[in-house]
Design a protein around this ligand. Structure first.
Ligand code: SF4
Ligand code: SF4
Length: 383
């Protein structure tokens, strides 16, 4: 991870030790961050969201505390990110977080923060818990991105309240094509100098096939140009603390020719273990082991599959950048010291010539999984 004050030493040490252990055990594929989605229900309806358009029955389902902790134990990743939906809606979120923290895993609770101030009393400030607050820019941009006026002010008030109580707070920001580099710079400055958050997690939006707004997602070339322009305004990105590796930022600026590592951030939600990654939903496994052993990993990634063509999202590529950091520490150190190079020629883009066409199987997958779950429930009720 980026060696900055943004991520405490204990987290860097634990994650580093975990990776070294996986390497010593010669594991070719291992998870870095578990994406634990205990529900899809949200109290917002952002147009760029690909998670909330399920029917009511699915939105009402929850992973139990037991399911969540079993997933954490099965997976073994040192970091657990809890996105959603909105996790603070889950009635047992405190028990879920406490159980993960008791296992000495680092929890990033991703929230739109509308309920955060009200729920803060439920949690204890510890290095193992970070509130990762969804903010997509300054007030006008954020309220437009989430399609609800007033959300920016509430999120900012919640961030200040959480910081005053000693919690770790991170800002989680998805950039769409409405934002200019200057606007992004002002937003990052605000996060650092005014909100004084620990770090920023930044990523281009992924064009979810089910998101209602398809117009504002960034294509790869636009992503790279936007990030170069942003980093130019901030000493190659060194002006801000990002909670991501320096090589991932370098990748966003077009300097690395990476392939994704979808197993680096495996996803467990109410349907099971999602294949192949957090962004695509092309089947579900019943266990983490089954996910790792039965997913055709070679069938996915930019250049291989049409749905992956524009993806540069952190949950697909951060694990790649972390592995590269370990393999090439000197390269990573140089980027960290000098900042991201915004002037050199970009790394060649992956050819899309041989990618297989997109399969639109989402409805069938969900129907099959829902039927299987309903049958299981009937059996349980009858027993
Ligand atoms: S806050 Fe997050 S989960 Fe909720 S609608 Fe917006 S993007 Fe989706
Ligand atoms: S490129 Fe990788 S991380 Fe992105 S959608 Fe495809 S499989 Fe998932």
């Amino acid at each position: 991870m980026r060696c900055s004050l943004g991520v405490p030493f204990i987290q860097q040490f634990r994650v580093g030790s975990y990776i070294v252990k996986q390497k010593l055990q010669k594991k070719a594929r291992y998870p870095l961050v578990l994406m634990l989605e205990p529900l899809f229900r949200c109290n917002l309806a952002c147009p760029g969201c690909g998670k909330i358009d399920y029917e009511r029955d699915i939105l009402n389902r929850r992973l139990s505390v037991e399911d969540c902790l079993k997933a954490v134990d099965e997976c073994g990743a040192p970091i657990v990110s809890i996105p959603g939906g909105e996790p603070l809606i889950h009635k047992e979120i405190k028990e879920i977080v406490d159980g993960i923290v008791a296992r000495k895993k680092f929890v990033y609770l991703c929230t739109n923060a509308l309920l955060l101030e009200k729920r803060l009393h439920m949690f204890s400030a510890t290095p193992y818990l970070t509130f990762s607050v969804h903010l997509d820019g300054l007030e006008r941009h954020h309220d437009e991105a989430v399609d609800q006026p007033g959300t920016f002010k509430r999120a900012v008030a919640a961030i200040r309240a959480a910081r005053n109580k000693g919690f770790r707070v991170n800002v989680n920001c998805t950039l769409f094509n409405q934002m200019t580099a200057i606007e992004a710079k002002k937003f990052f400055d605000f996060c650092m100098e005014d909100l004084k958050v620990e770090g920023i997690t930044v990523s281009p939006g992924y064009a979810y096939e089910r998101a209602s707004d398809q117009e504002h997602f960034l294509a790869r070339q636009n992503t790279k140009e936007l990030f170069r322009n942003i980093f130019r305004l901030g000493r190659g990105g060194k002006k801000w603390r990002f909670s991501q590796s320096s090589l991932f930022l370098d990748f966003l600026a077009g300097n690395q020719n990476y392939h994704c590592t979808p197993w680096g951030n495996p996803t467990r939600n109410i349907f099971g273990w999602q294949k192949p990654c957090y962004l695509l939903s092309e089947g579900y496994a019943k266990s983490f082991k089954e996910l790792m052993e039965t997913t055709d990993w070679n069938a996915y990634g930019t250049g291989k599959y049409e749905k992956c063509a524009d993806c540069m999202v952190h949950c697909g590529y951060e694990a790649t950048a972390v592995a590269d950091t370990l393999a090439n520490p000197f390269k990573a150190l140089l980027v960290w010291i000098k900042g991201v190079n915004t002037e050199k020629s970009m790394a060649p883009e992956i050819s899309l010539k041989n990618q297989r066409p997109a399969e639109f199987i989402f409805e069938d997958v969900i129907q099959t999984v829902s039927e299987r779950m309903a049958t299981q429930k009937q059996r349980n009720d009858a027993a």
